[in-house]
Ligand binder design. Structure first.
Ligand code: NAD
Length: 460
């Protein structure tokens, strides 16, 4: 555990980085292996923390937290040596016979800020990239998942020397600006809401600190009439109601072709019962809402349409049924805010333009989902909607594929990570040209008079 004032702790991270101890491959590898060992050793504690914070089952915790984290560490360990190698790139005619290389280099001391909905992996997956890239890291877990936040602090304190990493707890709105008052981070990686993303961008701008923003938004899900309805119903249901809908990649609302709406909704009702039972309140695998504030907001949405399924809720246990809403006005608050909970408004379309009109009310969604059996239609949707990441005939699982960079666009964020991309986020590639001494033509030296023809040959 780090001791001393926060300013002293931050200074010790800066000194640790400046000592170059974090740069060698062997050091980085050792840190990654150590984190993997600690995560495995704390598997039960992780399950307990996520049960306490979100009522998550051990199985869901493995798939959406622990397993994902281990997969990222293993992939990084496997490829780290190769990612650290200088990369040779071409050299243009004007500069031949020089050679050109990109030298991957750590950024310095970086800050990673996480949200509460997947409180472990959304904080630690970026940290894996930062450590692999040779940085020192300050982590700020969400105060709204306190059991996981204090476990993360314990795991980091056990795994890492105090100069390499530290965990800062508390309300981000006060601790982050206070830290940034007298310390310049070399990068900020933020996952969370759009308004806080804007506040962090403003804080960072004052010292020109680069930021990666992993934000939210309203993720549309389209179901065409040629889709496999049973598969669509199962996949939309699990993506929408897993983590009780508190997932940035969950479908926010559904736009289904008018001809298949009744069929899809009846199959979704079946799927909800199959996955969460007739009484999800007592089901082990169904999560709770994070706190009263979010609960009250979500319950206010329930009266903004006709409830076609669900609607039961209980404030004392922070439970809200998986709920499907019909006849919702596009101007209702539920369609003007990111829902981030187990409430799914359903709209219909007959021609593509109608659906595009709804989507355009919330441009640049983080994720976009299309269910269709037509490759032509699939391409049309992908071209016409501007989104960060998505799936065809699936939803949310793209997040778990570390070969796909994960990130948003415009309002839903900037930058991406996972796998090699996480290493790249925290790496600066020094671009260096090496020029041999044996060839030193007069062409590049003054006086330039009379050389225009040759210059035009080499540079065009
Ligand atoms: P949040 O923005 O309220 O909080 C996230 C973190 O920011 C917390 O650690 C908090 O303490 C800190 N914070 C709050 N105010 C701050 C300030 N003024 N300055 C600095 N830090 C501050 O987000 P949340 O409610 O925890 O998460 C929900 C949001 O996150 C949703 O919008 C969701 O879509 C989004 N999200 C995005 C992704 C993604 O990968 N793109 C993943 C999960 C969640």
């Amino acid at each position: 555990m780090n001791t001393g004032t926060q300013k002293e702790q931050l200074t010790s991270l800066r000194q640790y980085f400046d000592s170059s101890i974090t740069r060698p491959y062997a050091f980085r590898l050792q840190q990654l292996k150590q984190l993997k060992r600690s995560i495995l050793a704390h598997e039960q504690h992780i399950n307990d923390a996520l049960q306490a914070d979100l009522k998550k089952s051990p199985e869901e915790t493995w798939v959406t937290e622990t397993g994902l984290l281990l997969q990222e560490i293993s992939h990084t360990i496997k490829h780290l040596k190769q990612w650290m190698q200088p990369e040779r790139v071409s050299t243009n005619l004007l500069n031949l016979p020089s050679s050109s290389h990109l030298y991957p280099s750590p950024l310095g001391v970086v800050l990673v800020i996480g949200p509460w909905n997947f409180p472990l992996q959304l904080l630690l997956i970026p940290v894996i990239g930062a450590i692999a890239a040779g940085n020192c890291v300050v982590m700020k877990p969400s105060e709204f998942a306190p059991a996981t936040a204090s476990l993360i602090e314990k795991i980091i304190a056990e795994s890492y020397p105090p100069g390499l990493a530290m965990v800062v707890q508390g309300d981000g709105a006060s601790v982050i600006p206070a830290m940034m008052n007298d310390f310049r981070f070399d990068h900020i990686f933020y996952t969370g809401s759009i308004p806080v993303g804007k506040a962090i961008s403003q804080l960072a701008a004052k010292d020109l600190v680069p930021v990666t923003l992993e934000l939210g938004g309203k993720d549309p899900c389209i179901v065409e009439k040629d889709a496999d309805m049973k598969v669509a119903a199962r996949r939309i249901t699990v993506a929408k109601f897993s983590n009780a809908g508190q997932m940035c990649v969950a479908p926010d609302y559904l736009i289904v072709h008018e001809d298949v709406k009744d069929k899809l909704l009846s199959l979704m009702k079946e799927a909800i019962v199959q996955f969460y039972g007739k009484e999800p309140a007592t089901t082990d695998g169904y999560c709770k809402i994070i706190n009263e504030k979010r609960f009250d907001k979500l319950v206010s949405y329930l009266s903004q349409g006709n409830i076609v399924y669900g609607g039961e809720h209980d404030r004392s246990s922070l439970f809200i049924d998986p709920t499907v809403l019909d006849n919702v006005s596009l101007d209702a608050p539920v369609m003007n805010e990111e829902i981030f909970g187990p409430v799914l408004p359903v709209f219909t379309f007959r021609v593509q333009e109608e659906a595009l009109g709804i989507i355009k009310r919330h441009p640049n969604p983080l994720s976009f989902y299309i269910f269709t059996s037509s490759r032509k239609r699939e391409r049309e949707w992908i071209e016409k909607v501007q989104f960060g990441n998505g799936c065809v005939n699936n939803a949310a699982w793209q997040f778990t594929n570390h070969h796909l960079p994960f990130g948003g666009i415009g309002q839903s964020g900037s930058g991406s990570y996972h796998g090699k991309k996480s290493f790249d986020v925290f790496t600066h590639k020094k671009a260096v040209m090496r020029t041999p001494a044996w060839f030193d033509p007069d062409l590049k030296y003054p006086p330039m008079k009379g050389k225009l023809k040759l210059l035009k040959f080499f540079l065009k």
